[in-house]
Each structure stands twice: as C-alpha cells, then as structure tokens.
Design a protein around this ligand. Sequence first.
Ligand SMILES: NC(=O)c1ccc[n+]([C@@H]2O[C@H](COP(=O)([O-])OP(=O)(O)OC[C@H]3O[C@@H](n4cnc5c(N)ncnc54)[C@H](O)[C@@H]3O)[C@@H](O)[C@H]2O)c1
Ligand SMILES: O=C(O)C1=N[C@H](C(=O)O)CCC1
Length: 265
Amino acid sequence: MTIRVAIAGPRGKMGSEAVHTVMKNDNMELVAVLDHREIADSLEDYAEFPNNYCIPVYTDLESLFKTERPDVFVDLTTPETVYKHTKEALLNGVRPVIGTTGFTDEQLEELTELSTELKLGTIIAPNFAIGAILMMKFSQMAAAYLPDVEIIEMHHDRKLDAPSGTANKTAQLIQENRRGHKQGHPDEVETIEGARGADIDGMRIHSVRLPGLVAHQQVLFGGEGQLLTLRHDSFSRSSFMSGVKFSIEKVMELDDLVYGLENIL
Ligand SMILES: NC(=O)c1ccc[n+]([C@@H]2O[C@H](COP(=O)([O-])OP(=O)(O)OC[C@H]3O[C@@H](n4cnc5c(N)ncnc54)[C@H](O)[C@@H]3O)[C@@H](O)[C@H]2O)c1
Ligand SMILES: O=C(O)C1=N[C@H](C(=O)O)CCC1
C-alpha cells in the first residue's frame, strides 16, 4: 500500500529534509505541501528543490485535505500553528505525525481525547532521533537511583520555544520515577532572576540558544561523590529522518494518540 503524505513547512530546516525523505520512499507518495505564503504553485519552482518535484503547494489546509485526500499529515512548522493544524487534520480524517514542539498540556490532552474519539492514529514526537529517545529512557531509569537532576538543553538560536520539547518530555519521564523535591540549598537565593533555570517539581531545566548548535541535551544526575551525565547530540537534521519515516508508517496502524516514540519503538 502506498501512503499518501502531506507536509506542512516544506521550506523549513526539518520540512525540506522530510520532503526528500518521503520522495525517496517507494511506499510513500508526497501528494501536497502546505506553505504559509504563496511562493509558487509547485515545489519544483522553489530553488531548493529539483525539477522533478512536481508537488502542489497549498496555503489553505482545509482545501489541501479536501482536494488531495492524504492519509498522513506531517507538521514541521511553528508552536503557534501546530495545534490548529493537528486538530484540523483529525477532523478531516487525516492521521497527524507531528514533529513541531511547543504544545501546552491542555492541548495535548484535548488532542488525545479527539484522537481516541475519532479512532484515528496520531503521533506527536518531541524528538525523532533514536539516540535522543534512548537518552530519555536512560534518564528515566537513572532518576530512580539518582533523584537530583538538572537538564541542560542546547539548540540553535532560531528556536522559538523554551524549554525544548525533548527537555519537557525528559522531565515528564523522570517525574514517573522521581519523587518531587527541592534541589540545592534550602535557603538558596537567585541574585539574578532565572539563574537556577526552570523548575519542574524541584528539578531544573536550563535552555541554551547559540548559533552553530543543532539539537543537544545533557541530563546530569548528582549523587554522593559522583556525577552521571547522559548526553545526546544531533549534529544534522538527517538524524531525525528515520524517525519521521517510521512514524508515517506506524501511524497508519494506530487508533489513538501516542506522545513520544519511546511508547512504540
Ligand atoms: N521532533 C523532532 O525530532 C524535531 C526535530 C527538529 C525540529 N523540530 C521542531 O520542528 C519545528 C520546525 O523546526 P525547523 O527547525 O524546521 O524550523 P524552520 O523555521 O526552519 O521551519 C519552519 C517552517 O514552517 C513554515 N511555516 C510557518 N508557519 C506555517 C504555516 N502556518 N503553514 C505552513 N508552513 C508554515 C515556515 O515558513 C518555515 O519554512 C519546530 O517546532 C522544531 O522544534 C522537531
Ligand atoms: O531544532 C529544534 O527546534 C528541535 N526541536 C525539538 C525539541 O524542541 O526538542 C527536537 C530537537 C530539534
């Protein structure tokens, strides 16, 4: 069976990689892309794509769904638009595969309910890279034994959301194995606001944004006389593509929402 795929954000750093990934796969067909400004009618008219990429470009999601009837909708856009896109996909009977980060807990809850109600698979993956997923799982395991944890996530300086989706997900997995408690000195004072980072149940998250970075995270576990550091680095967006391909195939078998690839790998 050929899976009909639509991609939102085709000219972005992730979206353009995803376009090539789908075009290269024999069991997938890229039927359309969604851009937020009309630059051209077809992907082949964009300088960054080859001449044989004869794929229609839409700026309206509803008409894309109605005209092209994709099976799967891949979103790699912005935190501002992703929730609306995901909901619209589900309401049009299209299975979402979402790489865009920045969902609120309430939005995740609502989309989970909608996906279950419609019996339509959805994958929301804060990180598609297998190494990052392993880092998150190992962090969850380590937290049961070393519950004093600080997460340092480091990304390129074009990133819109902080903390990263990966850091949020890591913290959520750790919370399942760690009793909440305040870390550091009970009387510590921040002389500059934010110096100790974001606080999740006493665990700290620090977000670094610098040019030159792609996507990196360290999870630090401190114990008596010891430090365990778990680190993952994505040096290029190609690290995410096997996860994108896997998700497009897997979502066809699901009938509810999966948040995080660690649940289905
Ligand atoms: N899950 C993962 O493994 C993973 C990996 C990398 C990035 N991301 C996430 O993917 C998202 C995109 O990242 P990026 O680095 O490619 O960003 P980017 O800024 O390079 O690309 C985003 C693209 O979306 C387009 N866009 C914006 N609003 C749109 C709309 N309403 N409709 C259609 N297109 C729209 C922009 O024109 C841009 O081309 C971010 O949320 C990022 O956090 C996730
Ligand atoms: O480049 C980004 O932006 C990334 N975002 C994801 C996150 O927020 O965790 C995954 C890694 C890259």
